[in-house]
Design a binder for this molecule. Structure first.
Ligand SMILES: [Zn+2]
Length: 73
């Protein structure tokens, strides 16, 4: 996996959490100048598909997305 900010592959997983129907992983870029943290979610493809449909619905209704969950440094 590459860091979405700087593109380097020096990325570590700092935390893995099992939720009801998905796995949330906290990632951390090891590039000192970047130091970006973010999370990834692992879900079933079937759930992914319904998640996509929900997103489409929101887009069509013109609602702003609120999935910007960057942590303050
Ligand atoms: Zn980075």
């Amino acid at each position: 996996m590459k860091c979405p900010m700087c593109g380097q592959e020096s990325v570590t997983t700092v935390d893995t959490r099992n939720e009801d129907d998905c796995i949330i992983r906290r990632k951390h870029c090891l590039n000192k100048e970047c130091d970006y943290r973010w999370s990834t979610i692992e879900i079933d493809t079937s759930q992914w598909y319904s998640a996509l449909q929900i997103q489409e619905h929101r887009k069509q209704r013109g609602r702003p997305r609120k999935n910007d969950e960057r942590e303050p440094r």
